[in-house]
Design a protein around this ligand. Sequence first.
Ligand code: BGC
Length: 784
Amino acid sequence: MPSLFRTVVLGLGAALVSGAAAQSVQPSNQQLASPEVERKVDALLKQMTLEEKLGQLVQYNDAGHIAATAAQLAINPEAKEQVDAMQLAAEGRLGSMLNTVGAEHTNAFQRAAVEKSRLHIPLLFGADIIHGFRTIYPEPLGLAATFDPELVRELSRMSAEEATTAGIRWFYSPMVDISRDARWGRTAEGAGEDPYLGAAMARAYVQGYQQDDLSKPDSVAACVKHFAAYGAVEAGREYNATDMSDIRLRQVYLPPYQAAVEAGAATIMSAFNALNGVPATANPYLLQQILRKEWGFNGFVVSDYTAVMELQNHGIALTPAEAARKAILAGVDVDMMSHYYDTQLPELVRTGQVPMSVVDEAVRRVLRVKFALGLFEHPYARGTEVTSAVPEHRALVRRAAEESFVLLKNEQDTLPLAKKALKIALIGPLGDDPLQMLGAWSGGPELREVVTVRAALEARAKQYGGSLTVVKGTEIQGTSNAGFAQSVQAARQADVVVMALGESGTMSGEAGSRAFLGLPGNQESLLEAVAQTGRPVVLLVFSGRPLELRQAARHAAAVLEVWFPGTEAGNAIADVLYGDVSPSGKLPMSFPWTVGQEPLYYNQFPTGRPPAPGMDLTQPPGPDSRFVSRYIDAPNAALFPFGFGLSYTRFSYSKVTLSRRAVPLSEATREDAKKLITATVTVTNTGDREATEVVQCYVRNLGASVEQPVRSLEGFRRVTLKPGEAKVVSFDLGFPELAFYNKDSRKVIEPTHYTVWIGGSSLANQEASFDITSDAGAGHTPGR
Ligand code: BGC
């Protein structure tokens, strides 16, 4: 890590073919391997020496190779040795670089490669730009709360435009790992727990970065990471192992990666974790069978940081040579920072342990991406370098932040605040800290350009009269109560208290696993002390993951989850606090009642002993409520479930209607079955302000050959309604939404019974049902 930026369907009965394996890849993935590009690659490959070929497969940062951690040094004490990246570039022995900062810098390396090396092959510069380059928007988990892929596409476009001015043409983004365990710090970097939402977001990032044409100078190649199932590391502990069934892998974890590949993602990063005993960096099932054979991926795979070297720690390689051999044979084309491909592969190729054809194929994939990016024509940073937040981009990142906020509680309409002379106390360690508004991996913004909550509320106080008192109260991970008295005093004198509490940006992100999920340090005690004044408390929660807010939510009249909002943090928060914008974000991950419930997600598999409807699981079990799937000391349900989020208005949902009651199996399993049935609902704004609702459609399948989740998101739509306005919202459900993986890992539809719910969260309760009927007899549904 150390870096600056941090189906085929066999229906029951008739054999019918359709689904994922048969779906064609999108044009941009095909473009990567267009006849024109292949001709160019062939011509170049013929001229390359082995050393030059291997050069394309290695990646260093500009400091050269430096082993970053004790773990890496333990594997390889030589790892301290440094390479001269500039020299390697000039000799044609370096293919790409990571996290090289600034146009001057990237151009200098590029000149060495393009002007001095024998074959003039340009370098590719990659960076961890995951939520903005200079103008920063919310982290991906916050963006997922917008349920607004179009917004994500626009933001991704914006950051590509900014970063290409510094010569960066490759983002290590999107991270599409499904994460259902809030202990895992990297939840902040992805779209949360749901595969459908995750796939929608994955597509949007890729489309925004790559446009429909990678060769445009302001396009960047996406790097979809971390393949695969990194988000399911055991116990939420970073870099830990992952073990799961193939059904779960394909049904839950793979869809976002596949969506990204289908959207044309040019590159993939293999994950640190082992999956079912085989490290992802040496896993032919993932990298060959699924990625290349089933999905037709034409781009290249890069390892994660020193992951090739780490195969020795995984215990599946005893030597650097074995690690390099296993990785390249499995399908890792580029070695990020291990220094193994360049040192080990020459001998492995000479002795035939790695066929030259395997090296050629890896080089081909790298060159494809370089040609597709047009790097040979325009290798240098484009235009004038963007070195600070772009004024014209501020409106977009402000809107993104506003849309990402999730209102979790709003007792007695505490929010929005009245636009009049209010005495406000802003208390907490996140009230005036620009750095902490940005979160993990936040590019290179100028901190003075970040709008804090304090700055924004001061501006409002000037506008409306009133006053703002600011007290830090404690540190983010503080233990001292020294600031409590001043906080309590400020609260007593205020009409309303805004508390800015939560995590620091670096408590989530890579290597940010937590075993406790409460507000860090003594912030909860501070909140309690302030709440005891009896003043209404509006709690702003900054976090890169779901926190355990059980106690905190009791003390606050209103709770707004704001994630890490980015450059326009304070302005966006003020817009929502004062009701210029009604909150519309919905949780992309379940917020637990207690950390002991983790991993926690709404789309669980059923159990043979579900608690009876209405059973009160907040109470210890009695004789009639013990032998069910439950805890004896906590409820099963999330404190705030997936899809949940309040608004300043209220929405009502009509009954759900379906376009028909039954769909014949032969129709359902057709490859192009995009619209088998349409579910419709009318949503009405019954309150008195305009607001946006995220209408969500969930599906359950009963009677299938393998058990299916109790419900799964299969559609969503953002709908803006004026007071009193009603809109009809429809969801088309087709093969992609209704199919599931059977025990043979095939995507199928079987004659079964489906329930559809539409509503404003995963607790949606307006429902309707239909059947997929076997061709033998309409209405017959096995298993019912
Ligand atoms: C992270 C990746 C990141 C890479 C390069 C690794 O430690 O896992 O997500 O892209 O470093 O900085």
